[in-house]
Design a protein around this ligand. Structure first.
Ligand SMILES: Cc1cc2nc3c(=O)[nH]c(=O)nc-3n(C[C@H](O)[C@H](O)[C@H](O)COP(=O)(O)OP(=O)(O)OC[C@H]3O[C@@H](n4cnc5c(N)ncnc54)[C@H](O)[C@@H]3O)c2cc1C
Ligand code: SF4
Length: 332
């Protein structure tokens, strides 16, 4: 591991100013914030991330979970994944979020991992994590060996000729279905970014994964209050039952009234280069009966743009079945 300076921040503005000294907030950043360290330290040991300064942000008071005045949920950036998953308000009104978090990693990791860190975790693409191989995300312009190589776990939606890596976060999928907003404080003030606009598609710059700029500190994430009668479910399909990333996953939040779907939101994980949501696929369910046939129609629409690689064609049908099953469970 390259030598780096570790600093402990106690003042938010000073941490932001220190972060702003980096030329980028994306791959190759020279300054990184440290939360739980379960992504960053791993990548530093592998030589994938080589920051010169690491700023511990765990003393900035970003660890609260609150019910907002309108009944929505506010989650501090440094709240641990365990605390969030087990919070009574989350279990009561944002069940898919709790289920998504508990479906990820291990108890020990969830005790350390944080909300912002989870959103900013990096792809598990084996070439990205191996500095002996080319990778456009790690070294722009070097190539993408996954396209002709090991691509079973890779994305089938939102890919480009430069990168086909899937976004690995379970938590972000549930948050996307709940219309979450990411709140950021940077050198030029405060910004509120809808989660659907937070992640970037790889296009020809897979090294840029989100809209953050140098110094940007995620302070908290909010989710609107839930409609009366909503049920939500997260379903994760993977190669083994625990401690494994999703092949495909789905988060559904739905309301059924008088035998008709009146509200529905769903997002997919494991299949997109970012957590994936297709509002048009949700719309076809509104006013319709919660039947398998209607759910399949929505699933077909959600996967309409899928572009499988040599080893992951199975994800198309698996994702459709996952959407159908999750919709069934949420509308039962
Ligand atoms: C073995 C293993 C298995 C895993 N399995 C799963 C799984 O099944 N599902 C899943 O979803 N995840 C899984 N994970 C990933 C895990 O959820 C993430 O590593 C974790 O959530 C990252 O959070 P952290 O606080 O440790 O982030 P850190 O490692 O501290 O930080 C990650 C990144 O976020 C940045 N950052 C952190 N906080 C802020 C902030 N407030 N503002 C701006 N930038 C910030 C850091 O600078 C860094 O770039 C797994 C991880 C491991 C190691
Ligand atoms: S899929 Fe993306 S992360 Fe993986 S090797 Fe290709 S460019 Fe790198």
């Amino acid at each position: 591991m390259k030598l780096f300076a570790l600093e402990r921040a106690t003042d938010r503005a000073a941490a932001i100013a220190a972060g702003a000294a980096s030329t980028t907030a994306q791959q190759g950043a020279s300054v990184r914030f440290l939360a739980g360290g379960t992504t960053l330290v791993d990548l530093m040991k592998l030589g994938v991330e080589q920051p010169e300064r690491v700023i511990d942000i765990n003393r900035l008071g970003l660890d609260g979970i609150e019910e907002e005045a309108d009944g929505g949920l506010l989650v501090g950036a440094a709240v641990t994944n365990s605390d969030l998953a087990h919070h009574p308000l989350v279990q009561r009104s944002y069940a898919a979020l709790s289920q998504a978090i508990l479906a990820g990693a291990s108890t020990q990791l969830r005790n350390a991992a944080t909300t912002a860190g989870n959103l900013l975790q990096r792809t598990r693409c084996v070439y990205f994590r191996n500095t002996a191989t080319p990778c456009n995300k790690r070294e722009p312009g070097s190539g993408c060996p996954a396209i002709t190589g090991a691509n079973r776990m890779m994305a089938i939606l939102g890919t480009s000729d430069a990168c086909i890596a899937s976004n690995p976060s379970d938590m972000a999928v549930a948050m996307l279905a709940y219309d979450a907003t990411v709140h950021v404080q940077g050198v030029s003030g405060v910004r509120n970014i809808a989660l659907r606009d937070f992640f970037l598609l790889p296009q020809d710059r897979p090294d840029r994964e989100n809209v953050l700029e140098p110094g940007d500190l995620i302070t908290h994430v909010t989710m609107p209050p839930r409609p009366a009668g909503e049920r939500s479910v997260y379903l994760k399909l993977r190669d083994r039952v625990s401690y494994e990333f999703a092949l495909v996953s789905a988060a559904v939040a739905a309301v059924v009234s008088n035998g008709k779907v009146t509200e529905v939101r769903f997002a997919l994980g494991g299949v997109g280069t970012r957590p994936w949501r297709v509002p048009g696929a949700e719309q076809v369910l509104i006013g319709e009966a919660p039947t398998e046939q209607n759910f399949r129609r929505a699933a077909d629409l959600a996967l309409a743009g899928a572009k499988p690689q040599s080893q992951n064609g199975f994800k198309v049908e698996l994702a459709k079945r996952c959407v159908v099953e999750t919709l069934k469970r949420a509308t039962r």
